[in-house]
Design a protein around this ligand. Sequence first.
Ligand code: CMX
Length: 138
Amino acid sequence: MHVNRIEHIAIAVKNLDESIKFYESIFGLKCYLIEEVEDQKVRTAFFKAGETKIELLETTDPQGAIGKFIEKHGEGIHHIAFAVDDVDLSLKEIESKGIKLIDKKPRPGAESFDIAFLHPKSTLGVLTELCQKKSKGK
Ligand code: CMX
């Protein structure tokens, strides 16, 4: 597999609208997209920071991944996402090296990406996402 870049760093927040205002007023970044990802039970907001992005994540369900994370850890860095050419192939390769996967198959993410997570207990305590832009027509 080949990691092309850090696609985004994701931060779990309690209140998306307030956090967007914070990022815009303190860091001068502009939110260019707010999107709900039903499958992941989140509302997301995206900012471009050079070649990478910051994704803010607010839960839409207390039992969702972000709801549980906030309950346990409070707000903070939630995951790092690597852009790869082929998530499916990358998952197979990573699993063959003994890494525990959360997703065995890519799932739909924000911004028309296919995404899949690796388990943080298997990746040095960092929840890691692999993502790939969906090909046209898919
Ligand atoms: N980073 C690092 N460690 C994390 C973590 C995170 N984001 N979230 C949970 N953990 C740790 C917990 O602290 C816990 O460690 P201990 O056993 O030492 O206490 C361990 O992982 C298991 O956590 P848990 O609370 O028992 O289990 P959860 O039911 O909360 O599941 C996880 C954790 C990572 C498997 C789950 O959150 C998951 O499947 N995540 C992938 C999907 C996701 O995060 N979606 C939201 C973002 C979607 C998007 O960006 O579009």
